[in-house]
Design a protein around this ligand. Structure first.
Ligand SMILES: *Cc1c(COP(=O)(O)O)cnc(C)c1O
Length: 467
């Protein structure tokens, strides 16, 4: 045994470094709900301590952990709390976060059943739970990936495989040269990760036939071209700005009957289907062929957690197929056939724990409450002079603007500087907007009131030229 091994065996045995990690983690949890949502300028400046050359010798474990806590913890964004409304993110349900901690000790590779029976079991169970909660066809396959970027790529790869195969072409073996044409149809408001996936898959973004969208960003069903079995139709559950949903009930069954493959990007919006009051927003999605959804946004699993769902299991596994002489295929679930990766962490543990903990009722309540808090924000800010809301708040997104683009940007900057909450900017119908996304289980009525006050304060400072 060498001295490094000795040191590491001792660390495993005496648990000191793990106790440190836990103690720092608890200190973090103790202040994350109350603290400044964005790191202070001081904390950002202090990140300079990490600028060092690759160390020559091994450092003590205690020093590694304390450096992370001392300089890393203050430079985090308090996404776990209730006043982070930036982008479309999500907090983490405590039981899920704790399950992730346990899974950290397991350190499983979930490529195959033989690598991790527990992960394979949980993936099989959660696959069924997802089919059931989203009302998808039985046998819909799930791949557990890092997020919707990857899930969109996988769903569209399955579509590419099937649409070409049904015209007698094997894309895996023969590539694109000489392949029959595929038409790709998407709304003008398709998320940028859809465009990325289309480029990665070799179609080229210019080949997309974009369909006009309405004032909420929904694809106009009347403008979708006549479809057939050479068509890939890409729809959206939850516009990343307005939160709007395409009219699946009007579109999906007809498109599926015409032979098209329908892919739905439902990163955060697919979860509307799990809340009784919001369910009508996703009605009709069951006629699609592939769906992409995140655990780490609306469901509040820890990062990172995305899922590709595909009703055509063979298309998904063929698109992501790999083989090797050392691969041990089992009777049970081998997760790598449904994901681009081979080695993968067991992110299903947190997903399972979050769903098991919340149950249907808990998920319904959590998502309905996010919607109610978004409505609260929208109603409160609309009554304040100088602010207007530009979208219909059907889910969790609110788009706010001031009287001019200039004021909107100044207020956005000031709100960010005040750090009572964190919101980001966007552009909606050629207007600068402040985008509020309510995605945390922890957001209370009081958090919303604080955020509204912060907006008012920011506008006041701008108008009076104050500090
Ligand atoms: C967030 C988001 C994505 C990308 O998901 P990641 O989990 O960040 O990879 C794709 N589409 C929509 C509509 C989103 O909101």
């Amino acid at each position: 045994m060498n001295s490094l091994q000795e040191k590491m065996f001792a660390e495993l045995q005496n648990k000191k470094v793990f106790n440190d990690a836990q103690e720092y983690g608890y200190q973090y949890l103790d202040c994350v709900l109350e603290r400044n949502v964005y790191p202070t300028q001081q904390a950002l400046n202090d990140l300079k301590v990490f600028d060092e050359a690759m160390p020559d010798s091994s450092t003590g474990a205690a020093g590694v952990l304390s450096m992370l806590h001392q300089y890393g913890s203050p430079a985090t964004v308090a996404q776990l709390g209730g006043r982070y409304f930036g982008f479309v993110c999500g907090s983490a349900v405590p039981a899920g976060l704790a399950a992730k901690t346990l899974a950290t000790f397991w350190d499983q590779n979930t490529a195959m059943y033989v690598l991790s029976p527990i992960a394979a079991k949980l993936e099989a169970v959660v696959e069924q739970w997802l089919q059931s909660i989203f009302n998808l066809p039985l046998d819909t396959a799930a791949g557990f990936v890092s997020g919707t970027s990857s899930a969109n790529l996988c769903g569209l790869a399955a579509a590419r495989y099937r649409l070409l195969k049904s015209q007698g072409w094997d894309i895996n073996a023969d590539g694109f040269a000489g392949a029959p044409a595929i038409r790709i149809i998407a709304g003008k408001e398709a998320h940028s990760t859809i465009l990325k996936a289309i480029s990665l898959l070799g179609f080229g973004r210019r080949s997309i036939e974009f369909v006009e969208t309405d004032e909420q960003g929904r694809i106009n069903p009347a403008l979708i071209p006549v479809l057939d079995n050479s068509c890939l139709l890409i729809l959206q559950a939850g516009n990343v700005n307005s939160g709007s949903f395409d009219d699946f009930a009007a579109i999906c069954k007809r498109a599926a009957d015409a032979g098209a493959w329908i892919h739905i990007d439902g990163a955060f919006g697919l979860w509307a289907g799990a809340a009784q009051k919001l369910q009508q927003l996703t009605s009709g999605i069951e006629y699609a062929h592939s769906w992409a959804v995140d655990g780490h946004k609306t469901l509040n699993t820890p990062y990172d957690c995305g899922i590709v769902l595909c009703a055509d299991k063979e298309a998904l596994s063929s698109a992501l197929h790999m083989s090797g002489v050392y691969i041990v295929v089992s009777e049970d679930r081998d997760g790598m056939f449904y994901t681009p990766e081979m080695s993968r962490r067991a992110r299903v543990v947190e997903l399972w724990a979050t769903m098991k903990y919340l149950g249907r009722q808990g998920i319904d309540q959590m998502i309905t409450t996010m919607h109610e808090r978004a409505l609260q924000f929208s109603e409160a800010i609309s009554t304040k002079k100088g602010f207007s809301v530009l979208n219909a708040v059907v889910f969790n997104q609110v788009l706010v603007c001031c009287e001019t683009d200039e004021t909107t940007l100044a207020v956005l900057g000031k709100v960010q500087e005040l750090r009572d909450c964190w919101v980001g900017g966007s552009v909606w119908k050629n207007k600068k907007v402040i985008r509020i996304s309510v995605c945390s289980w922890a957001t209370t009525e009081n958090d919303i009131s604080m955020a509204v006050r912060s907006f008012e304060k920011a506008l006041h400072i701008i108008q009076t030229g104050g500090i």
